[in-house]
Design a protein around this ligand. Structure first.
Ligand code: SAM
Ligand code: SF4
Length: 344
């Protein structure tokens, strides 16, 4: 069990959290389930085993954790997973957390989803106060989409995206850049997003959790992708920040924004403002480190004071940076925990 020690090294006031390196922490990602209806090759193995439901925080506990972080100065919360819409009651949870939007204590509640169930939930998300979502879409070719996700139906996802757009949600498409799998679709995806009024963010594949394939084979550095895009598009720096690690450029030809998440080619840890709550109620301070603090224990046996002490401990232990690299062939992932457990 984690020893909860309030950290004098974390200069923290009631409404502003800072870690031991002085970084302000105002963004929380919460993984509400490790389960998913898809099995994206870079994310999960085909025979992925999932946690028993009793290991998960209840929806009410997640809302309590969110409240505790909001009271400490968190301004943005993203619900993620696994596939968040695969968790029954997700929109009820969004409503519970969304109450903090009305008071102004929380500035933004967002969601990252694969959109397979989005058509049924878009309106309820809007009613809960969600205004912006990220949708993962690595290919717009049905056969390729199925190959990458192993089980996915592209038409279902596109219907989900269309429903979200019709409901008034702003949409950012997340595309993991995969060598030999979807690199030829990056420019077409940028054009399609421009037509649809969506931003696009490209992501480098990260070595998180064991998967069936060697990530070395699929790793596509985004500095090269950017150089290729610049042959065809006029990209100029854009100061926009969405709260996460993406750095943006404006695409003159589409009028849209392109985000680049480059954990491998360009480390962005100096501006890190985030922590993550895993499905089991563990607070992770960095995607690239196994260290975490047990919030569930604090919540169930100590209440809000113990939660606050656990948060202080996490602030103190938050590391300066990750050390991701796609090491040589056959190398173990940097962290055994999959992105779906930690919350992407
Ligand atoms: N299921 C939802 C989805 O796919 O949007 C939310 C969870 S998913 C883990 C969140 C994001 O993480 C997705 O955009 C996905 O593509 C990305 N992701 C998952 N595993 C990754 C990895 N190993 N490296 C880089 N991105 C990853
Ligand atoms: Fe599921 Fe998202 Fe992982 Fe794909 S990336 S397997 S949709 S959790």
């Amino acid at each position: 069990m984690t020893t909860l020690v309030p950290s004098p090294a974390a200069p923290t006031t009631a409404a502003t959290m800072r870690d031991g390196f002085g970084r302000r922490i105002d963004y929380l990602r919460i993984s509400v389930t490790d389960r998913c209806d898809l099995r994206c090759r870079y994310c999960m193995s085909e025979a992925m085993s999932f946690l028993p439901r009793r290991a998960l925080l209840s929806l009410e506990e997640i809302a309590d954790v969110a409240d505790a972080f909001i009271a400490r100065g968190v301004k943005r919360i993203r619900l993620t997973g696994g596939e968040p819409l695969a968790r029954r009651g997700l929109t009820d949870l969004a409503r519970m957390i969304g109450r903090n939007l009305a008071t102004g204590a929380l500035e933004e509640l967002t969601l990252t989803t694969n959109a397979t169930r989005l058509a049924d939930h878009a309106e309820a998300l809007v009613a809960a106060g969600v205004r912006r979502i990220n949708v993962s879409l690595d290919s717009r070719d049905p056969d390729r989409f199925r190959h990458i996700t192993r089980t996915g139906e592209l038409a279902q996802v596109l219907a989900g995206i269309a429903a979200a757009k019709a409901a008034g949600l702003a949409i950012k498409i997340n595309m993991v850049a995969l060598k030999g799998l979807n690199e030829d679709e990056i420019a077409p995806m940028l054009l399609w997003c421009g037509e649809q009024g969506f931003d696009l963010t490209l992501i480098e594949t990260m070595p998180l959790g064991a998967v069936d394939e060697d990530r070395t084979d699929r790793y596509l550095p985004l500095d090269g992708v950017r150089r290729d895009l610049e042959q065809r598009f006029t990209l100029s720096p854009d100061p926009h920040r969405s709260g996460g690690p993406a750095r943006y450029v404006r695409v003159a030809e589409t009028g849209g924004r392109l985000g680049l998440i480059t954990p491998l080619t360009h480390n962005f840890c100096e501006g890190c403002n985030r922590m993550r709550v895993t499905v089991q109620g563990r607070l992770t301070m960095c995607l690239g480190h196994a260290d975490d603090v047990d919030l569930k224990q604090a919540l169930r046996h100590g209440g809000r004071a113990a939660l606050d002490a656990a948060i202080d401990e996490a602030l103190f232990r938050k590391p300066e940076r990750h050390h991701f690299e796609i090491a040589g062939r056959g190398a173990a992932p940097a962290v055994a925990r999959h992105m779906s457990v930690t919350g992407g």
